[in-house]
Design a protein around this ligand. Structure first.
Ligand code: FAD
Length: 434
């Protein structure tokens, strides 16, 4: 695996450029090593820094910190999900366990941004689960009953109201949940980097090539050096499998998104000047689409098994075309050439869409696999895996440990074939919603 900074992502390009970074060189030793500097790894490092102010903590990333999926997502901090993975949540108890975790995730992010006065375009505007298919109303009514039982405020909306709020005639039915926050994912993760405790040493552009346990330590090999650590936390999410971690419980999926330029005054007026909004699909492979506060449209309508990890420019262009069609279907009045950037990102999935949060050996810990909820849950799981690895206890840990555990996956090629077939089927079911 080779990760290169591709500079395609709008959210990253919207930030000031980083000017200096350190790489892993020579041989080093530390008490704590964290691999992966996204929301999970950065939150783990922050927590460890506070719990062990006198310890030497090292955080390493293969690319620039924060520039993996944590900067490349759609920016929905969710309190509830309809399609997290391939199945809907039918059982109330299990669904409650999930939303309890989402709530703690939101609390963790809120606490972080309050404590450090972070500006990440936070907007508590709720979200819409929307469809162009009138028959999806049944699904939404069932979902509404579940949400009502758990005390989540929500209401069903039809075409006319949706047109007024979203500026598109495309959707015929939607369930709006009051909970749910929209934010700038790049600004959030950059703030996590900028506020790392002083006893955390960050090394970037340093790919972990190999790791092995030796007596009570873990030895990690990088291109230009090695790190020997007493304890290690793997926070590499979509890359867990490639490091041989929980390989039969997770697999990577590549998502692609596009962002338009800012709409002109005239274009924005033609849509009815909608306020910032975020739509999630009712059918799993439908488009996530968002109007940002600076009048851009973001769309994500692909999810696929894609290897190698880096998508070439020509591959991105193909996805961009699909996204152009997705935008055109919803906003036929807008010009064809308004997409400004297209990027891909890697996430990790489990079979039953449950998260990985585990001690896999005495001194080896892992957290990841959040499907579409990594902003909040990644932040929470990062902090709490640090707590667990420090042999401390919190009420959050109890909630996390009570979740359903990920279920076993068959090895390749059966796995890849199965996932591809499932994605194909879901894509077919959602073809009107892409
Ligand atoms: C297009 C897209 C849209 C999404 N939309 C949403 C959304 O709206 N809301 C939401 O909550 N979630 C969303 N997600 C998912 C969310 O982004 C992830 O769940 C979240 O970023 C996971 O954070 P993480 O820190 O665990 O992993 P990552 O951010 O992926 O960080 C892992 C890091 O590990 C590093 N790494 C990997 N292998 C190695 C190695 N061998 N050596 C060193 N470092 C390594 C990587 O470079 C990476 O920086 C979306 C994701 C994508 C791609």
């Amino acid at each position: 695996m080779d990760i290169v900074n591709d500079q395609t992502c709008f959210w990253i390009n919207d930030l000031s450029k980083k000017i200096s970074t350190n790489k892993v060189i020579n041989s080093q030793e530390c008490e704590w090593l964290i691999i992966g500097a996204g929301y999970t790894g950065l939150s783990a490092a922050r927590k460890l820094g506070h719990l062990h102010p006198n310890s030497n903590i090292i955080l390493v990333d293969a690319q620039l910190a924060g520039e993996g999926a944590s900067s490349r997502n759609s920016g929905y901090l969710v309190d509830s999900t309809l399609n997290d993975g391939f199945t809907s949540n039918k059982e109330l108890d299990n669904y409650k366990k999930k939303t309890d975790i989402y709530k703690l995730g939101i609390d963790s992010v809120k606490k972080f941004i309050k404590e450090y006065q972070v500006d990440c375009d936070w907007n508590e505007c709720g979200k819409y689960f929307a469809s162009s298919k009138v028959e999806d109303q049944k699904t939404l009514e069932k979902f509404s009953t579940t949400l009502n039982k758990l005390g989540f405020e929500n209401n069903l909306l039809s075409n006319k109201e949706l047109k007024r709020r979203l500026g598109t005639n495309f959707y015929n039915v939607a369930l709006r949940t009051k909970g749910g926050i929209l934010l700038h994912p790049g600004k959030l993760v950059r703030a996590m980097i900028d506020t790392l405790p002083v006893n955390v040493n960050l090394y970037e552009n340093s790919l972990l090539l190999e790791w092995k346990k030796k007596n009570d330590a873990v030895i990690c090999k990088f291109k230009n050096g090695t790190i020997k650590t007493k304890k290690i936390i793997f926070a590499t999410n979509g890359f867990l499998k490639s490091l041989g971690i929980k390989s039969n419980y997770n697999f990577p999926i590549t998502l692609t998104a596009s962002m338009t330029r800012c709409l002109s005054d005239e274009e924005f007026i033609s849509l009815g000047e909608p306020k910032e909004w975020g739509v999630l699909p009712v059918r799993p492979m439908g488009a996530t689409i968002r109007m940002t506060k600076d009048r851009r449209i973001l769309i994500r309508n692909t999810a696929e098994v894609f290897n190698p990890y880096q998508m070439s420019k020509s591959e991105l262009t193909k996805r961009s075309l699909k996204q152009k069609i997705g935008i055109k279907k919803r906003f036929p009045e807008l010009p064809d050439d308004i997409i400004q950037s297209t990027w891909s990102g890697i996430v990790s999935r489990t079979r039953n869409s449950s998260q990985i949060f585990e001690k896999i050996d005495n001194n080896i810990f892992v957290a990841g696999c959040y499907n579409g909820s990594g902003i909040g849950v990644g932040t929470l799981f990062g902090e709490q895996i640090a707590v667990k690895a420090s042999n401390e206890n919190t009420k959050e840990l109890k909630v996390i440990e009570a979740r359903n555990k990920p279920t076993w996956l068959p090895p390749d090629p059966i796995l890849s074939l199965g996932v591809r077939a499932r994605l194909f089927y879901e894509r077919f079911r959602a073809k009107s919603e892409i």
